[in-house]
Design a protein around this ligand. Structure first.
Ligand code: NAP
Length: 291
């Protein structure tokens, strides 16, 4: 049953054939890689939150949630400059402050440069949300080295290098929070997603290892495992597909990005999360329970 459910997640969420991944809302115009406003009403001591892959989907929702909470948000993107700048504007309208920084989270040198720019703009980074992720699905027998490597590079190595850069900033202050966006697929696998499952499962191991290593510096590290979440892309699926998917989820519906970003806000900002580290929080409508 679990395999069946996860297979549907694979088909519906990430199949390139479904057109469900790789959608790029590229801006027709180009600007500098760092963009910000001249005026900000945000408190000087507002938390600085860096969200990777924040131009679209869950990352966008997380960035908006943190911005709405009065934070200074670094909106990272790889290609979708226009949408990233829209997120920046929405955050400012909602009372936060934000800048957009272009960086490929599959490249350690670009990650380092992104943290340097974030510190230059906001003075520090208090919260890191490792959200950027891609899928390049295929059966193991036919998976090309590039399919394997690019998913590992962005979904797993990117989390490692961002965490390493964040640690350099946060360890000096002896406080900080990291939230890694994994997946239920990292918990129970998925046919056609060996690369994605390995990366997302690896993120869970990295979460626990870093939680233990960083605890002495007052930095907590937790993960969120979303199930099947509504997005721009799910909007393109047929109502029949969506109905079939909802049928196998105990709560009988897909999740909303706000439900993931609500959990993220709690782990990132709530004082009650001070004593939580090394844990995984499923936001999945109960799907990971199986039958
Ligand atoms: P999405 O809509 O495809 O958005 C992906 C985001 O990641 C975009 O902002 C994209 O930016 C960014 N990104 C991609 N490659 C990047 C790179 N090399 N460097 C920096 N940013 C990069 O995906 P999503 O559905 O919101 O998923 C977000 C995270 O949640 C992923 O880690 C995914 O695995 C996880 N997740 C999602 C679901 C779900 O149902 N949606 C379920 C479980 C887990 P550009 O547009 O600029 O490329």
């Amino acid at each position: 049953m679990v395999a069946t459910i996860s297979f549907w997640i694979c088909l519906l969420v990430s199949s390139p054939a479904s057109g469900f991944t790789g959608i790029s809302l590229r801006s027709p115009f180009r600007r500098a890689a760092v963009s910000s406003s001249a005026i900000s009403m945000v408190a000087d001591d507002a938390k600085v939150c860096l969200v990777t892959g924040a131009s679209r989907g869950l990352g966008r929702s997380i960035a908006l949630e943190l911005g709405k909470s009065g934070c200074k948000v670094v909106v990272n993107y790889a290609a979708s400059e226009g949408p990233a700048l829209q997120v920046v504007e929405e955050i400012k309208k909602a009372g936060g402050d934000a800048i957009a920084i272009k960086a490929n989270c599959g490249d350690p040198s670009e990650i380092n440069a992104m943290f340097d720019k974030a510190v230059e703009a906001f003075g520090t980074v208090d919260v890191l949300v490792n959200n950027a992720g891609i899928t390049k699905d295929g059966l193991v027998a036919r998976m090309k080295p590039e399919q394997w490597q690019s998913v590992i590079d962005i979904n797993l190595s990117g989390v490692f290098y961002c965490s390493q850069s964040f640690f350099k900033v946060a360890s000096k202050k002896r406080t900080g929070r990291i939230i890694n966006i994994s997946s239920v697929v990292g918990q129970f696998g998925n046919p056609g997603q060996a690369n994605y499952a390995a990366a997302k499962g690896g993120v869970l191991g990295l979460t626990m290892s870093n939680a233990k290593e960083f605890a002495t510096r007052g930095i907590t590290v937790n993960a969120i495992c979303p199930g099947f979440i509504e997005s721009d892309m799910t909007g393109e699926l047929s109502p029949e597909y969506l109905a079939k998917m909802a049928e196998v989820i105990p709560l009988k519906r897909l999740g909303k990005p706000e439900e993931v970003s609500g959990m993220c806000r709690f782990l990132a900002l709530d004082p009650a999360a001070d004593y939580i580290t090394g844990h995984f929080f499923n936001v999945d409508g109960g799907i990971a329970m199986g039958c």
